[in-house]
Design a protein around this ligand. Structure first.
Ligand code: FES
Ligand code: FES
Length: 163
């Protein structure tokens, strides 16, 4: 077992983990943060997307020990039900979700897209989403939601981990 400390949504989380534990399981099972979903476990669907030191990563693709000493932001670290993050609000306004299973990953990826400065270019947005699969929406409303934030509230995506 290895002792790992990861700052998750601003709170240090120290746990003993097996070297093979994935970051997504650290978040869900040890931190109790189940907003980050597991869709495939094989780096294909993007449901597990979180921010690691401000950049979007697939948390099923990293070991928890690799994130030791890092800062992680999950969907729980964005808005609250009373005060949604602008990206969450934009997904709501644009009806950019149906079942919602992909949504936490899409929102985290969307923030990274805007933070990267490519949110005004529809083709670039679509390419940036190629690792995030949605089997409900057809993607158009997700693209619209992200581009709306890029137009109207780009600063809200700051370093990708802002509340
Ligand atoms: S669960 Fe991580 S990419 Fe699908
Ligand atoms: S809203 Fe159902 S998978 Fe995206």
């Amino acid at each position: 077992m290895n002792e790992v400390t990861i700052t998750v949504n601003g709170v240090p989380e120290t746990h003993q983990v097996e070297p093979r534990m994935l970051l997504v399981h650290f978040l869900r099972e040890l931190c109790g943060l189940t907003g980050t979903n597991v869709g495939c476990d094989t780096t294909q669907c993007g449901c597990c997307t979180v921010h690691l030191d401000g950049r979007a990563v697939k948390s099923c693709t990293l070991l928890a020990v690799q994130a030791d000493g890092s800062e992680v932001a999950t969907i729980e670290g964005l808005g609250t039900s009373d005060r949604l993050h602008p990206m969450q609000e934009s997904f709501r306004e644009h009806h950019a979700l149906q079942c919602g299973y992909c949504t936490s990953g899409m929102v985290m990826q969307g923030i990274d897209v805007v933070r990267s400065g490519i949110g005004h270019d529809e083709r670039a947005v679509r390419e940036a989403l190629e690792g995030n699969l949605c089997r409900c929406t057809g993607y158009q409303n997700i693209v619209d939601a992200i581009m709306d934030v890029a137009r109207n509230a780009p600063d809200s995506c700051g370093d990708g981990s802002v509340r």
